[in-house]
Unconditional design. Structure first.
Length: 226
């Protein structure tokens, strides 16, 4: 796990980035502060706009605010949940004024590769973007401890053999259902029918040998999958 002070060195290629933040002035300032090697290919201010532009542009990295208007109220977590099933290779870097442990842990559990605060410089953000694009996990120094506390005691074996039984779509449905989403909300989130959600849930329960949503939530929580 990397924190920010160590430089990543000169970039070897341009990185395509989408900026998601509901403040126009912040987006403009961030674009001006980023290194010229960072190519900003899209912007969004809401959950719905973010999912749409990410699906269209397929960026290398999404700089994602944690708290966003729109959607079902899940903010940055909802953007990740709505984008991951559609993409391969896009990585998410949370960028927020919040340094609350619950925000950090929630967005990392959703699938973000890092979390940095808006108090850092443009050069540091550029460095973080390249690190995340290269596969590193990057956190502002103070925030790394939250992640270690939340995940450091997780079981080393996260039952990969069980997860391998699930398709990508079944895994996404499983996570949303385990987080308490209704079938209707899952259908809206993933742009599928309620009947299709029911089919996926039945398949997940059968493959994992579980009998209810309650058991599914407990199963996912024990494996740090929420």
């Amino acid at each position: 796990m990397n924190t920010l002070p160590e430089a990543a060195g000169p970039p070897s290629r341009s990185v395509r980035v989408v900026i998601v933040d509901d403040h126009t002035i912040f987006r403009s300032g961030l674009k001006a502060d980023l290194d010229a090697s960072i190519q900003v290919v899209g912007e969004a201010a809401t959950v719905e706009q973010a999912i749409a532009v990410i699906a269209t542009e397929r960026p290398d990295v999404v700089l994602l605010d944690v708290h966003l208007p729109g959607g079902l109220g899940g903010g940055g977590r909802e953007v990740i949940a709505g984008s991951v099933p559609l993409l391969a290779g896009t990585k998410f870097l949370a960028l927020s004024v919040s340094d609350a442990a619950e925000d950090v842990v929630a967005v990392i559990r959703a699938g973000a590769r890092g979390y940095i605060t808006k108090t850092i410089s443009g050069a540091e953000i550029t460095d973080a973007v390249y690190r995340v694009a290269g596969g590193d996990a990057v956190f502002s120094p103070r925030l790394a401890g939250f992640v270690l506390d939340a995940f450091g005691t997780a079981p080393a074996d996260i039952a990969d053999d069980e997860l391998d039984k699930l398709s990508v779509r079944e895994l996404e449905v499983m996570r949303l259902i385990a987080r308490g989403y209704s079938y209707k909300e899952v259908a809206k989130e993933l742009f599928i029918s309620i009947k299709t959600v029911e089919t996926h849930v039945s398949a997940v329960l059968r493959k994992l040998q579980l009998s209810s949503r309650h058991e599914l939530t407990k199963w996912a929580a024990e494996r740090r999958l929420l």
